[in-house]
Design a protein around this ligand. Structure first.
Ligand SMILES: [Zn+2]
Length: 354
């Protein structure tokens, strides 16, 4: 059997089949306290590709942190071919402040590639990119909707890349969305550097939910199996084929007031279907919200207090929405019906974080 070479990171040398938690010093905070980026390195006994899984690039999008925590417990370097780098919190400052942004009000996901002498966001981007992203051939970056919004689990990939479509299909989230890349985003830079990236959008800001966590853990595991890094588990394969979309539309509040939703994420809709209504404070003058297309609802606002123009439903254009909706129902039911194992999963029923 082939034996992997040692893996050198942060000045440490990992023997094949071992793991190490390393920290990359980033900066000192206002109090003078040093801060560092935490990474768990799982270096497989056998040779193979290097893959990273990162969470909380937006500091309040914490559901990926729970996914990374589970992966940190479940991936055994003895049974691994290649190397997995786990980053539970990329934006450590936003995470501390329960904020999407850094204290310098910058968005880390618009700050790549950054620089060692740049802004706080630029320094974090620089270290994360140099020490984690550039070592890998594939990254899976996990985001959630903003606070008071929920996203159906969905993989977002750059348009027109067959390799990414293959990996996204292996991940097996209910929906795949192909979209252009934003300048300065991690995916934009990674693509220019030849690093394949999958972005998982799932769940709600500042919350954990079981569907998101289970979908994330199973999806990463399937991708690692697809790459031959771990043994494929037959129990992971029965997810059906994800639906693909390259066009999405927002439906906004037609007036300010109180929202009464009739539909939610995962529901199939037809053009003209009523999604819900917004009424005045006395429940008067209901204005309906209508789906402009056939598709699947991939995100919705969870806060009923709305201003006119607030984005309330996000719909992906998909053919055969009822068929896709039925499959999403069966995935959701299977995950929510499964019994959490052991004490570590007890936290999954506790969805309130703040
Ligand atoms: Zn995000």
């Amino acid at each position: 059997m082939d034996q992997a070479e040692p893996f050198i990171i942060a000045g440490e040398t990992l023997a094949p089949g071992t793991l190490r938690d390393v920290g990359f010093p980033i900066t000192t905070m206002a109090t003078g306290t040093a801060s560092s980026l935490a990474v768990r390195v799982l270096h497989g006994a056998k040779p193979g590709p290097a893959v990273f899984v990162s969470a909380a690039i937006h500091g309040d999008e914490i559901v990926g942190t729970a996914v990374v925590q589970r992966l940190a417990q479940e991936i055994d370097p003895q049974g691994l071919a290649g190397t997995v780098l786990l980053v539970p919190v990329a934006n450590i400052f936003g995470f501390l402040n329960r904020s999407r942004y850094l204290p310098d009000r910058r968005d880390l996901n618009r700050s790549f590639p950054g620089s060692a002498n740049g802004s706080l966001a630029g320094q974090v981007a620089h270290i994360f990119y140099r020490e984690v992203v550039e070592r890998c051939s594939l990254g899976i970056d996990i985001h959630s909707a903003a606070v008071h919004r929920y996203n159906l689990p969905q993989i977002r990939i750059a348009a027109g890349n067959n390799r990414l479509v293959e990996l996204a299909m292996a991940f097996g989230a209910p929906v795949i969305i192909e979209s252009p890349l934003r300048d300065g985003s991690l995916r934009d830079l990674a693509q220019k550097s030849g690093v394949d990236m999958l972005l998982l959008e799932t769940g709600e800001g500042l919350r954990f939910d079981r569907l998101s966590i289970e979908t994330g853990v199973a999806g990463v595991t399937r991708v690692l199996a697809h790459l031959g890094m771990i043994e494929a588990d037959d129990g992971l394969s029965a997810v059906g084929i994800p639906a693909r979309a390259n066009r999405t539309m927002w439906v906004r509040a037609p007036r300010g007031g109180v929202m009464h939703p009739a539909r939610q994420s995962g529901d199939p809709v037809r053009e003209g279907d009523v999604l819900g209504c917004v009424t005045g404070l006395m429940d008067e003058e209901a204005h309906n919200m209508i789906s402009p297309i056939d598709g699947i609802i991939i995100g919705h606002a969870t806060l009923p207090v709305v201003h006119q123009g607030d984005a309330l439903f996000h719909i992906a254009a998909i053919a055969h929405p009822e068929r896709v909706g039925a499959r999403i129902d069966s995935i959701t039911e299977a995950i929510l019906a499964s019994e959490p194992e052991g004490s570590a999963q007890g936290m999954l029923d506790e969805d309130e974080v703040v």
